[in-house]
Design a protein around this ligand. Structure first.
Ligand code: PMP
Ligand code: GLU
Length: 400
């Protein structure tokens, strides 16, 4: 039946993060004692007041019908207010906001609205798995500019400048970054903004979904810089900061012409996001922020814990991530080694070896454009982290 499937889907890679999570779940269900550090998902429960808001919304009985395609007006207003006050995006108004079924959906909408066949999108690499596949699905060509371990995995404005061609439509990055945890400083973002402003037909897509998990101080939004509002699509969502991955609420803030286009495509593909989830999101954004701060503090503490444990494993080379909840160590020291019938040629093999022998699931850096690295999510309990890192140390020590 392969003749029925489109080239579009045949040529698409499966999401490596979700694939690894699926594999870990399957092994767990067979009784294997797997510690899953593969999926980028808070291990905390959605804060109580958000859960209560969803229950109230059900009891009120008002949110069971199709919501407006771009999201409920009060939620869009609350998001715009947050962006003005917290992110200093002074121009943000409800008309600039479109709420979608997760930030992944927001990003897909944006690329579908922007990319023609052969258009190029520059991606700061290492990058989140789904960017490149969504760009390709839209007919575009991902162009990677690469940061290295030595510069905290941050590609520079000069690299961006050099990558721009007449076909470039946009540039995308996440900061704090998935998978590296790196955070762009104000100066680095200003330099990126200067390059973008030199090229009038290029937009920036700023994925700020990890903004609440930022140990480097405050988060800077490129859309707040002079002259950048009309050149920026800010992407954000509730999955990480409010531990709401399964509720599926994300949003963009964009110039009205782009917001209208995203609304149009969403109107044909999915309609407005789930009503009850939007009521919960409203409680998240406008309610008590203490749980969000507490979760961020817990991630900071765990970062310290994992850093010490990683530094204790011979061969692992890591930088100190400034945000998100990932480590992205270089593991080239293990390439070319073997143990227990496993030949470790690359990071993919190393992840499979660690899954099979240490029962720890991680994600290969290949999926993020960095084949020398692996990604470890430390959104897990202290006990699991200590256990997992102990198992990894033992299994890595057996490679010879
Ligand atoms: N951007 C980045 C950088 C991510 O890590 C994720 C994964 N949660 C998303 C976007 C999508 O988030 P969601 O669809 O859960 O809102
Ligand atoms: N964004 C998370 C991750 O990178 C969740 C999985 C996904 O949506 O890809 O692991």
């Amino acid at each position: 039946m392969n003749s029925i499937l489109s080239d579009r889907i045949i040529n698409m890679e499966e999401s490596a993060t979700l694939a690894m999570a699926k594999k870990a779940r399957e092994l767990k269900s067979q009784g294997v004692d797997i510690i899953s550090l593969s999926l980028g998902e808070p291990d905390f429960k959605t804060p109580k007041h958000i859960q209560e808001a969803a229950k109230d919304a059900i009891d009120e009985g008002k949110y069971f019908s199709y919501p407006p395609v771009a999201g409920y007006q009060d939620l869009r207003e609350a998001i715009a207010k947050k962006l003005r006050e917290e992110n200093e995006i002074a121009e943000a108004k409800a008309e600039n906001i479109v709420v979608s079924t997760g930030a992944k959906h927001s990003i897909a909408n944006v690329f579908m609205c922007m990319v023609n066949e052969g258009d190029e999108v520059v991606i700061f690499s290492p990058y989140w798995v789904s960017y490149a596949e969504i760009i390709k699905l839209a007919g575009g060509v991902p162009v990677l500019i690469e940061g290295t371990l030595e510069n905290n995995f941050k590609a520079t404005a000069a690299q961006l400048e050099a990558a721009i061609t007449p076909k470039t439509k946009a540039v995308i990055y996440s900061s704090p970054c998935n998978p590296t945890g790196s955070v762009f400083s104000k100066e680095e973002l200003e330099a990126i903004a200067e390059v973008v402003k030199k090229h009038e037909n290029i937009m920036v897509i700023a994925d700020e979904i990890y903004e609440k998990i930022n140990f480097a101080g405050r988060n800077y939004s490129i859309g707040s810089f002079p002259g950048m509002f009309d050149r920026t699509i800010t992407v954000n969502g509730f999955s990480k900061g409010y531990a709401m991955t399964g509720w599926r609420v994300g949003y963009i803030c964009a110039p009205v012409w782009m917001a209208k286009s995203v609304e149009k495509i969403q109107g044909q593909f999915t309609s407005g996001g789930t009503g009850i989830a939007q009521r919960a999101a409203l409680a998240g954004i406008s309610g008590d922020q203490t749980p969000t701060t507490e979760m961020a503090n817990a991630y900071l503490r765990r970062r310290g814990l994992v850093l010490d444990l990683l530094r204790d494993i011979p061969g692992i080379k890591t930088h100190v991530p400034e945000g998100a909840f990932y480590f992205f160590p270089d593991v080239t020291a293990f390439f070319g080694k073997s143990a227990k019938g496993h030949d470790v040629k690359d990071a993919d093999d190393l992840c499979l070896y660690l899954l099979a022998e240490a029962h720890v699931s991680l994600v290969t850096g290949t999926a993020f454009g960095a084949p020398n690295c692996i990604r470890l999510s430390y959104a897990a309990s202290d006990a699991e982290l200590v256990d997992a890192l102990g198992r990894m140390k033992k299994a890595l020590g057996e490679l010879a």
